[in-house]
Design a protein around this ligand. Structure first.
Ligand code: FAD
Length: 461
């Protein structure tokens, strides 16, 4: 007889494990089905390993530039085997810890491929055989995969996705990165710091096409200093692998030589085909269609995270997991405004933003005042030799509240959480204490400037 639960969650990534734990905390009996490794893309081949590599790369760059700080270091070179080993150890320990955390919450983990055979039944297929489990509620959190381009498909050796790029056996002499989005920029920084000759090729008119143009300008200038060549408005037509290094052929006839070609043009939602067919799930291309309660068209079946293609962010998946878990366990909640979900890029320099951009405000005919502040005028940033970057705060002048914040500079991926907390506020920030000296004072300064009460900006004439 099939084992019965209140809720079955399929997928153990940030969306799935968060939903499972929250359901259990709300008193439900919960099964979590995962076919690969706990933690999903984020923990195994995404957020965590990429940030571990970026941290090693940042350490190397700081060591190379230590003379500026009065410290002479000679022979700062990357030990790639150790860098990989450190990254792998971080991932392994977090995967283990997560498994323990999920079980400590009394969630039963099933290892195998989960297939919904009906809206209350899941078959778990594994090499050991098949098991059936039942629940009145099912949450689909099956994630996404890297987009493959048929003209030059992944081969895992020369033409690679971010998954292979995170675990290369050696530092390549050259790399072409197709796609100047978040993953492309981050991996470009890792390898450029390690000494790889990196070329980013972006089809649209700027790096990070979703961010403000001024951010892309600073990024391209800083990437140049790192040795990264940035080609924007350039489409790749083919990749010639007949000789080594390969040649990336652009539509304008230019050929870029590269030992590795990282294709980072985005990710695509996935949901098991048999589940889609059995449940007659309504889909939006490869993504599961949901409403703002994270409900699918099938009563009792919810979907969250990359599988619904809303944010392709781990913290987006966490947010949706909270909503689905509440709704699957007798509560009632709606997903809040997606614009309130911060975006963070851990490149050199870092980029972070939340809320509306200036262009979005203009499109909505919202009159704004943009407050600005610069890391070069910040004492802590000067001391740290991290003076590149600025913060822009966008205030709706009629409603007198902040609608958006965009940042480039040191630790801005940490600062953006504070900006998110203050979004929508018309609070007098000069009454909010920021410790001095900290780089966070740049946020305060730009906020003050947006309200016309800046202390340190020269008077505007
Ligand atoms: C290189 C890289 C860097 C990234 N960096 C960041 C970052 O810094 N910050 C950020 O917010 N996001 C980042 N992301 C995105 C982030 O990883 C994803 O948004 C997040 O993992 C989505 O979580 P999820 O739970 O929806 O899906 P996933 O993490 O993809 O988890 C889905 C899980 O479901 C399992 N599964 C699928 N089908 C089945 C089935 N039928 N049966 C059983 N199990 C199944 C899969 O094995 C997988 O473990 C990055 C992604 C990449 C690739």
């Amino acid at each position: 007889m099939a084992e019965k639960f209140d809720v079955i969650v399929i997928g153990g990534g940030p969306g799935g494990y968060a939903a499972a734990i929250r359901c259990a905390q709300r008193g439900a009996t919960v099964a979590l089905v995962e076919k690969a490794s706990m933690g999903g893309t984020c923990l195994n081949v995404g957020c965590i390993p990429s940030k571990a590599l970026l941290a090693s790369a940042h350490t190397l760059l700081r060591a190379k530039h230590a003379a500026v700080m009065g410290i002479d270091i000679t022979g700062a070179t990357p030990n790639w085997a150790k860098i990989q080993q450190r990254k792998n150890m971080i991932v392994q320990s977090f995967v283990k810890g997560l498994g323990g955390l999920v079980q400590a919450n009394k969630v039963k983990i099933f290892t195998g491929r989960g297939i919904c055979t009906s809206q209350t039944t899941v078959k778990v297929e594994s090499p050991a055989g098949a098991t059936e489990i039942e629940a009145s509620k099912i949450i689909l959190a099956t994630g996404s995969e890297a987009i493959n381009i048929p003209a030059f498909p992944f081969d895992g050796q020369t033409i690679i996705s971010s998954t292979e790029a995170l675990s290369l056996s050696a530092i390549p002499a050259s790399m072409a990165v197709i796609g100047g989005g978040v993953i492309g920029c981050e991996m470009a920084c890792v390898y450029a710091a390690m000494g790889t000759k990196v070329t980013i090729i972006e089809a649209l008119s700027q790096l990070l096409p979703k961010e403000e143009p001024w951010i892309a300008r600073i990024l391209a200038a800083e990437f140049k200093k790192l040795g990264i060549e940035t080609l924007v408005g350039q489409a790749v037509q083919s990749v010639d692998k007949s000789s080594s290094p390969a040649k990336v052929m652009l539509a304008n006839g230019q050929a870029i030589e590269a030992e590795k070609v990282l294709v980072a043009v985005g990710r695509k939602a996935i949901c098991d085909g048999e589940t889609v067919a059995n449940l007659k799930l309504e889909m939006n291309r490869s993504a599961v269609k949901i409403n703002n309660r994270m409900e699918t068209n099938v009563p009792g079946v919810y979907a969250i995270g990359d599988a619904v293609a809303t944010t392709y962010l781990a913290h987006g998946a966490f947010a949706e997991a909270e909503i689905a878990a509440v709704n699957a366990t007798g509560g009632s909640e709606q997903m809040y405004d997606y614009e309130l979900i911060p975006r963070a890029v851990y490149s050199f320099p870092e980029v972070a933003s939340v809320g509306l951009t200036e262009a979005q405000c203009a499109a909505k005919n919202i009159a704004v005042r943009v407050g600005k502040s610069y890391f070069r005028t910040n004492g802590r940033a000067a001391g740290e030799n991290e003076t590149v970057g600025e913060v822009h705060v966008i205030r709706d002048t009629a409603a007198n509240k902040v609608l958006g914040v965009s940042m480039v500079g040191p630790a801005v991926t940490e600062l953006i959480g504070a900006a998110r907390a203050m979004l929508g506020s018309s609070e007098h920030i000069e009454h909010v204490m920021f410790p001095h000296p900290t780089v966070s004072e740049v946020l305060r300064e730009s906020w003050e400037d947006a309200f016309g009460v800046s202390l340190h900006a020269p008077p505007k004439v």
